[in-house]
Write a protein that binds this ligand. Structure first.
Ligand SMILES: Cc1ncc(C[n+]2csc(CCOP(=O)(O)OP(=O)(O)O)c2C)c(N)n1
Ligand SMILES: [Mg+2]
Length: 328
């Protein structure tokens, strides 16, 4: 898909989307270095085009199921930056009142069904949500993100099989960033393209360039159209690469330097920026203005989070069990 095939507002919205994830995570990286973020974080830097390309093809009422590397999915589905940042900092103004952190951000208002730290556990949840959609006879779609590592879990196979057999409205989005922690996908998987596995379940399988937001968008638009027409799920494999290590503590020494450099030249933000300017969608100045606007919103979110209070001790058991928990 070329920029000229898409309305200008949509292009700018997508550019703003990938930039928002980039600037948000750069800020998180920074705050982590200042010991402001408890626990660990899995950054989505380098993979922004996947979340934005897919979510730009969705409607507000469609659902998203995220992963342990979920900040990008949350932002692309419309979660609030200030509540996300507060959650990452363990503050009581965060999405889980500071008790969930990076891997448990959920926002029912935007039909974001949640992130999870258990690899592969989102797929069956997405199938359940899609079954609910089918029974309720609405035309919603469920987009389920997961990694290449998760594609070797039993839940992947069980979920694809059932969703295919029942023709459920799910997009299975495999973010193939070549590694599951330090394990290279090619050392544990015989097929070159994970998308080819779709054939075994009788569903459509597509490979997208996960560093090209317009290509991901194009593939996702066609898949949602098929799904809304009752044709069932699609497995979309987005080839991409994480700029940082698996988590904040991983220096990623297992990745060959040449491979790293090759992927860094394909930075999804820089590529999109260049295309927008070359195709005269935006001027250099307008591109800068988008960046300034995004940076300001991230700074506001950081200030909100830093100035918020930590939860009281009594808060610890609230919302953990059914009812209000046993804070008394
Ligand atoms: C069921 C389960 N097994 C193992 C882990 C430890 N673990 C956390 S992330 C991860 C790698 C996941 O790789 P992938 O699915 O490719 O996602 P990526 O981190 O590359 O985005 C592993 C093994 C876990 N959290 N849950
Ligand atoms: Mg991976």
């Amino acid at each position: 898909m070329k920029p000229s095939d898409i309305p200008k507002e949509k292009l700018v919205e997508m550019y703003e989307g990938i930039l928002k994830i980039r600037r948000f995570e750069e800020k998180v990286w920074d705050l982590f270095g200042q010991n402001k973020v408890p626990g660990t974080i899995h950054l989505y830097l380098g993979e922004e085009a996947v979340a934005v390309g897919v979510c730009s093809a969705l409607r507000g009422k469609d659902y998203v199921v995220s992963t342990h590397r979920g900040h990008g999915h949350c932002i692309a589905k419309g979660a609030q930056l200030d509540k996300m940042m507060a959650e990452l900092l363990g503050k009581k103004t965060g999405y889980c009142r500071g008790k969930g952190g990076s891997m448990h951000i959920t926002d029912a208002k935007v039909n974001l069904l949640g992130a999870t730290g258990v690899v592969g556990s989102g797929l069956p949840l997405a199938v359940g949500a899609a079954l609910a959609v089918k029974l309720q006879k609405t035309d919603q779609v469920v987009a389920c993100f997961f990694g290449d590592g998760a594609s070797n879990q039993g839940t992947f196979h069980e979920s694809l099989n059932l969703a295919a057999a029942w023709k459920l409205p799910v997009l299975f989005i495999c973010e193939n960033n070549l590694y599951a922690m330090g394990t290279r996908i090619s050392t544990v998987t015989a097929v070159g393209d994970i998308a080819t596995r779709a054939k075994g379940y009788g569903i459509a399988g597509e490979v997208a360039d996960g560093n090209d937001v317009l290509n991901v968008y194009d593939v996702a638009v066609k898949a949602t159209e098929r799904t809304r027409a009752g044709e069932g799920p699609t497995l979309i494999e987005c080839k991409t690469y994480r700029m940082k290590g698996h988590s904040r503590f991983d220096p990623a020494k297992y990745r060959p330097q040449e491979e790293f450099e090759r992927w860094m030249k394909r930075d999804p933000i820089e590529t999109m920026k260049k295309r927008l300017v070359e195709e005269k969608v935006l001027t250099e100045k307008e591109v800068e203005a988008v960046d300034e606007k995004v940076k300001a919103s991230v700074e506001r979110a950081a200030t909100f989070a830093l100035e918020s209070s930590y939860p009281e001790v009594e808060e610890a058991l609230r919302d953990v069990y059914a009812g209000e928990g046993s804070s008394s």
